[in-house]
Every structure is written in structure tokens, then in C-alpha cells.
Ligand binder design. Structure first.
Ligand SMILES: CC(C)(COP(=O)(O)OP(=O)(O)OC[C@H]1O[C@@H](n2cnc3c(N)ncnc32)[C@H](O)[C@@H]1OP(=O)(O)O)[C@@H](O)C(=O)NCCC(=O)NCCS
Length: 193
């Protein structure tokens, strides 16, 4: 009986921000995933492999990961219009060490640079340190993805290391940057002043 409220707190129906609302994914969101993950620019920014996912891979990713229980994935909607623009998630949720790995893709390119990614990330990080009681949220990002790095820095992530030359893109090797935020750093940012 107590499982239901606990699960609801872990994966709420909605997390509401000023500009975005994070909602549980629904089966019909697969259509948008098909569009987002077929986009070569989204693939360039997010994938180690060259080129986008195949249709079958997107279906497997959506049903296995996004709708599955290993990922805590939430859909990103613009608050004013409820338009679905992307997805964000925690993977590798590790209860023993209180940590998780964060991922975000705003798939609708015209929704980039409006502050939506930063706010979605801030909401997920707040969720991690309050309802999930995590101690650490980590992520990786390619060195050339300046927009993402800036968005993560705005949310309090700091660079903790880099895997040098880990990704070959646009004719050269780039580092994979490792960033993280710890609970105490997040709490210090909540204090006024
Ligand atoms: C990365 C992503 C989540 C960021 O979300 P967003 O809503 O586009 O970004 P925001 O508007 O919240 O913040 C972007 C910041 O980067 C800045 N920025 C944008 N392009 C930049 C560039 N080329 N160089 C430096 N900063 C840049 C913006 O000015 C803004 O900073 P500011 O508020 O200080 O002005 C989103 O763009 C996205 O999903 N992109 C495609 C997939 C992807 O890259 N995922 C991340 C993989 S690790």
C-alpha cells in the first residue's frame, strides 16, 4: 500500500517550473522521439556513434529506457502551450552511493536557447536532492557542445574531469567533459544572497 505514494514522489505526474512543465512520458510521445532522434544535429551533439539512431533503435530506446523502470525519464513541455519539446532523465540511479547520471535532449530545434533546458535541468536536480535524496548528480557532455555546457553551469554543475580525445567529430578529436553537482553545493545555491 505504501508503494504507491513513494513511487509517485519518485516519478511525479508533473514537476512545474516557470517556463516548462516536466510530465511523465506517454506512449504517443514516440512520434516526437522518432523526429528528434532522426535529426543529424541532435545526433552530432549527443551520440558517440556517427549519425542518428535507426527507427528500430529509437523504438527500443523509447520502450526499453524512456518508458522502462531503470530510467527516471520526464517529458519537457513548454508551460504556456503544453507543447512537447524534449526529454530529460536520470539513469544509473545508485541507491548505495546516492548518485545518478543526468541526460537531456530538447529535440525541437526552434526551442533551443529559450532557457527551457536550463530550467528543466534545474527542476530535475532539485528533484534529485529533495525527493530522491541523492548526494550527487553527474553528466557527460562533448567539449564542442558549448550551449549544453553553459546550461549545466547555470544550474550549478562544475567540471570534474575530462576523457581526453574521447570523441571524433567534424574531423578531429574532442574531450568528453565530466560534470557534477553535489547536494551540499545545490543547498548552498538555494540560500538567498
Ligand atoms: C543542451 C540543451 C539542453 C540546452 O537547453 P537550451 O534550452 O537550448 O539552453 P538554455 O537556453 O537554457 O541555455 C543555453 C545557454 O548557452 C548559451 N549559448 C548558446 N549557444 C552558445 C554557444 N555556442 N557558446 C556559448 N554559449 C552558448 C546561451 O546564451 C545560454 O546562456 P545564457 O542564458 O547565459 O545566455 C538543448 O539545447 C539541447 O537539448 N540541445 C540538443 C541536445 C543536446 O545537446 N543535449 C545535451 C547533450 S550533453
Amino acid at each position: 500500500m505504501t508503494l504507491v505514494p513513494e513511487r509517485r514522489a519518485w516519478r511525479p505526474e508533473a514537476i512545474v517550473g516557470d517556463f516548462v512543465v516536466l510530465r511523465r512520458h506517454r506512449g504517443e510521445n514516440l512520434k516526437a522521439f522518432m523526429r528528434w532522434y532522426s535529426d543529424p544535429e541532435v545526433a552530432r551533439l549527443t551520440r558517440y556513434q556517427v549519425g542518428p539512431l535507426t527507427t528500430e533503435e529509437i523504438q527500443r530506446f523509447f520502450h526499453g529506457r524512456i518508458m522502462g523502470s531503470d530510467f527516471l525519464a520526464m517529458a519537457i513541455h513548454v508551460r504556456d502551450t503544453d507543447r512537447l519539446i524534449g526529454t530529460c532523465a536520470f539513469s544509473q540511479l545508485d541507491g548505495d552511493n546516492g548518485s545518478a547520471l543526468y541526460h537531456i535532449t530538447i529535440g525541437e530545434r526552434d526551442a533551443w536557447n529559450h532557457g527551457y533546458g536550463s530550467e528543466a535541468t534545474a527542476l530535475m536536480v532539485a528533484h534529485a536532492f529533495t525527493h530522491l535524496a541523492l548526494h550527487r548528480v553527474a553528466l557527460t557532455v562533448f567539449e564542442f557542445n558549448a550551449r549544453a555546457i553553459r546550461a549545466y553551469e547555470k544550474c550549478g554543475f562544475t567540471v570534474e574531469g575530462r576523457a581526453r580525445g574521447a570523441v571524433f567529430r567534424d574531423g578531429r578529436f574532442w574531450d568528453e567533459i565530466h560534470m557534477s553537482i553535489l547536494a551540499e553545493e545545490w543547498e548552498a545555491r538555494q540560500k538567498p544572497g
